[in-house]
Ligand binder design. Structure first.
Ligand code: SF4
Length: 246
């Protein structure tokens, strides 16, 4: 069951009772979200449905009015980009959340990371990648009356949360009174719920961060381990062991 939006800063009892984690230890029971400045209008940069699903459900359950901003020109190839985007659109529609489709200006992204093609994940290339995506998010927020932005990029355990937050804060600092919300979405069972939601919704299971360089490196590691290269559009969350294929 999807969470209902309501005005108070507490969850609906019905929503909590329907969550798989309701009977988990106390440390896994989430707290109602308290955005900066008590803001109730937030622009959420989303990288994909699996990472943003938990954020979307938590924000809805906390009565926050938020809009998804999908701006990820790093994602390669286009087939992968379209799969990630369309899945996020479907889930936003299911939850009645507004969705803004940003540009797929890949040439700008390649210009931005030029010279860093052989850096790994969590490197300065990723910093430039985050900067570009957050700068556009902050610009859209500034032009459309949002004073708080945040991102699902901090949800993945493969990302350096400090690096993500630093880039987000830097982008927000370009505009007066704008704040990047540095909430740690992984805490209070957030990471566990992320996988629960992904399996429940049978989200597409991406197997690399997104850019052509991360695809190259992921395939290199797979070949070294004797695993077949990634097949775009094949694996989905949801089977008993966590993955099924189409
Ligand atoms: S590895 Fe991920 S975060 Fe780093 S540059 Fe590539 S897409 Fe961006």
């Amino acid at each position: 069951m999807l969470p209902k939006q309501h005005k108070s800063n507490e969850y609906s009892k019905a929503w909590l009772q329907n969550q798989a984690y309701f009977f988990m230890p106390d440390k896994f029971i989430p707290q109602p979200l308290k955005p900066p400045n008590n803001s109730k209008k937030i622009l959420l940069h989303s990288c994909c449905a699996p990472c943003s699903g938990e954020l979307m459900e938590m924000m809805s359950a906390s009565g926050i009015d938020f809009t998804i901003f999908f701006y990820n020109p790093n994602t390669h190839p286009r087939q992968e980009y379209e799969i990630r985007k369309n899945e996020n659109i479907s889930y936003a529609n299911k939850m009645n959340v507004p969705f803004v489709d940003g540009d797929y200006d890949t040439s700008s992204w390649f210009n931005r990371v030029e010279g860093l093609e052989f850096e790994g994940e969590r490197s300065s290339r990723c910093g430039r990648c985050f900067d570009m995506r957050f700068e556009r998010t902050a610009l859209y927020a500034h032009e459309h009356g949002f004073d708080v932005i945040t991102s699902s990029l901090g949800m993945s355990r493969w990302k350096d949360l400090d690096q993500v937050n630093s880039c987000g804060q830097h982008a927000a600092s370009r505009y007066p009174h704008m704040v990047y919300w540095t909430h740690n979405w992984r805490k209070y069972g957030g990471s566990e719920r992320m996988y629960t939601i992904a399996k429940r919704e049978r989200f597409y299971k991406q197997e690399y961060c997104g850019c052509v360089y991360s695809l190259r490196d992921a395939n290199h590691q797979r070949i070294q381990k004797g695993i077949a290269p990634i097949e775009i559009g094949k694996n989905f969350y949801g089977a008993d062991h966590g993955t099924y294929t189409k």
